[in-house]
Write a protein that binds this ligand. Sequence first.
Ligand code: F6P
Length: 327
Amino acid sequence: MSKEINNIAVFTSGGDAPGMNAAIRAVVRTSIFYNKKIFGIYRGYEGMIEGDIEELDARSVGNIIQRGGTILKSARSDEFRTKEGRQKAYENLKEKGIDALVAIGGDGTFTGLHNFYLEHKMPVICIPGTIDNDLPGTDFTIGYDTATNTVVDAVDKIRDTALSHNRLFFIEVMGRDSGYIAINSGIAGGAAAIIIPEDEMTIDELVAKLDKGVESKKSSSLVVVAEGGKLGNALQIAEEVHKRFPYYDTKVTILGHLQRGGSPTYFDRVLASKMGVYAVEGIMAGKTDVMVGIQNGITVYNDFESTMVKNHEIEPEALRISKILSI
Ligand code: F6P
């Protein structure tokens, strides 16, 4: 039987994502609901190594459900990649009497935590928080919905100016090496073409597609480009296209970090709230070295290893639909 857990610590790590605060709030309040002590670790693994840890209460997480970013701050730590760094972190946690960890982050966070678990056997659980939606084992990660809505809003605005000047816009979106944000914001924003790492088209194919649009009297064209593609970034693609398509007035917008900010959508707040509750209940029930996920409405706990080996695959239907509708 697993040892009873009394003192839990929560932290955020890697790139922040809208909805992380809602997840922190849920973890804190669920822990208190079940009469556990709950600590916040600031600046992810950096704070764990430096002992930047503080006990939280239900009021510490008041008025944060609607806020983007993370009140616990986030960082990427090189020291935690080392055995010595993880040992230091373990000693700080033990000193505070912490006996379980809840991490909110992406695959980099999981890798660190998995190694920590193998070395120290402290129960650990992860909540998927990243705008990229690149983790298998959950239909959605916290922050993806908000980021995609932010992109769609930007695409709509760019369309207004593109139409007014008959311009061809290349809009680069985040996602690291995943095309999730690009494919769905491209469909929702009515893009003429969507370039994603999972289904790369050549420059010739892209030009042929855009040419068809001109022939069928399209007065503006928006191309959504995922940042991680092999064809290059939006600037490079735009330059290549311009060489072959000089009669088009070409512009590039890189949306960048604005995709990471802003108030989380209702969807991300509810997702984060559910996952926060399930993470604490999972760890109390003896689940460890797992990521909480929600698939087809069902709560699942997947081994870290299975979530780290591959990317969350783009639905083939999304690809098919985008091709039909962008003629
Ligand atoms: O993983 C989230 C993400 O925003 C990616 O989409 C992007 O490639 C990366 O983080 C940017 O990282 P940083 O904020 O360190 O520049």
